[in-house]
Design a protein. Structure first.
Length: 87
C-alpha cells in the first residue's frame, strides 16, 4: 500500500475504532475505501450492494471527498449503478 493509503486508513481507524463483540471489524468507511481501491470487479459489486442496502451515501461520499478524492468518481459510478438496479 502507498503512504497515502496508510495515512487514510490510520485516520479512519482512529475515527471509529473497530470492534464488534470482541471481533475486529473494519468500520464502514474503511471497508468502502478498501473496496473502492481494489481493482477486483467483485469489490465494486459489493459496494453497489451495500449502497442498495441503505448505507449513508452522503456521509461516505463526504468522507471520500475529504480523505480520498481520487475515489469519488468511482463511488459516484457505484451509486449510479445501485440506482439503476433499483428501477
Amino acid at each position: 500500500m502507498s503512504a497515502h493509503t496508510d495515512d487514510v486508513l490510520m485516520v479512519l481507524y482512529q475515527a471509529a475504532p473497530p470492534a464488534a463483540c470482541g471481533v475486529p471489524v473494519a468500520p464502514l468507511p474503511v471497508l468502502i475505501y478498501l473496496k473502492l481501491k481494489s481493482p477486483r470487479p467483485q469489490d465494486l459489486a459489493d459496494v453497489v450492494e451495500l449502497i442498495r442496502l441503505g448505507i449513508e451515501r452522503d456521509a461516505i461520499r463526504a468522507d471520500l471527498v475529504a480523505r480520498s478524492p481520487e475515489l469519488v468518481e468511482k463511488w459516484d459510478r457505484a451509486v449510479a449503478e445501485a440506482w439503476r438496479g433499483d428501477e
